[in-house]
Write a new protein. Structure first.
Length: 261
């Protein structure tokens, strides 16, 4: 199932898990004329999380889990930013001016939210409701897992290198995050795993907070370094690592409980 704002995969998947991918696409709706950017610019990390959609699709298959992917570029509107956050329709991203985001009226901003932000989050909420269908106790408490990727370095910070292979983002609920960090760090590939690095779930965590924290569902997010997943082979390799670990974590009885932190 898909529309201009989102794509849903494997809604009848058997895993007690919903995968979400906020920055899955670099698509700009035709009426916005690529926001005045070139295709080369939209293909850069400012337009999307490179490799994230491929990880999400592979995880959906490997874990038999439903997934909701955003179908528009983060430059149109960032669905992982709260309403009222000025950065959710950026005028500049990583030193690149976004012509189509200059001088927008409040009506323009509201229109984008209604067309793209709200339908995506509504799709997540609807999918969670579907996963909690009655008569199947094992499906009552779905976990939410958000998939992102990050650049190997930040040009805006003098090209400083980021040493992490991946980072786990979380805020208050440790049920998935803590064992995920530990098991990734103990992986045979000697992975360097950030605990709320290179970004922190205590600062930027809107989608997961909106749908999981307020409901008491177990949750966390992962960020994988983009140079490791820019090919389908790399994305699938990381999806296999994540799937193997998540399956063990999801088997923990504590995860089938509503808990507020």
């Amino acid at each position: 199932m898909n529309n201009n704002a989102y794509e849903c995969l494997n809604l009848d998947g058997g895993a007690p898990l919903l995968l979400i991918c906020d920055h899955a696409s670099n698509r700009v709706p035709p009426e916005l004329d690529n926001l005045g950017l070139t295709l080369e610019q939209l293909n850069q990390h400012i337009g999307w999380d490179i490799g994230a959609a491929d990880i999400a699709r592979a995880l959906s298959r490997l874990m038999d889990a439903p997934a909701v992917l955003c179908s528009t570029s983060r430059l149109v509107i960032d669905v992982n930013r709260a309403p009222g956050d000025a950065s959710r329709i950026p005028q500049i991203s990583d030193q690149i001016v976004i012509p189509g985001n200059q001088n927008l009226t409040e009506a323009d901003k509201i229109g984008r939210a209604e067309k793209y932000f709200c339908p995506y989050h509504h799709a997540i909420a609807e999918t969670l409701t579907y996963l909690r269908r009655p008569g199947e106790p094992s499906r009552n408490i779905p976990a939410i897992f958000s998939i992102h990727t990050f650049t190997p370095s930040m040009p805006s910070k003098n090209g400083s290198k980021r040493p992490w292979h991946a980072g786990v983002l979380w805020n208050r609920d440790p049920r998935i995050a803590e064992p995920l960090i530990r098991l990734l760090q103990n992986h045979s590939d000697n992975l360097i795993i950030g605990n709320n690095e290179p970004y922190s779930g205590k600062e930027i965590y809107y989608s997961v907070d909106c749908h999981a924290s307020s409901s008491g569902f177990p949750h966390c997010a992962i960020e994988v370094r983009q140079d490791l997943v820019e090919t389908l082979e790399g994305a699938f390799y990381w999806a296999k690592i994540i799937a193997e670990i998540l399956k063990n974590i999801l088997a923990t009885p504590e995860l089938n409980q509503i808990k507020y932190y």
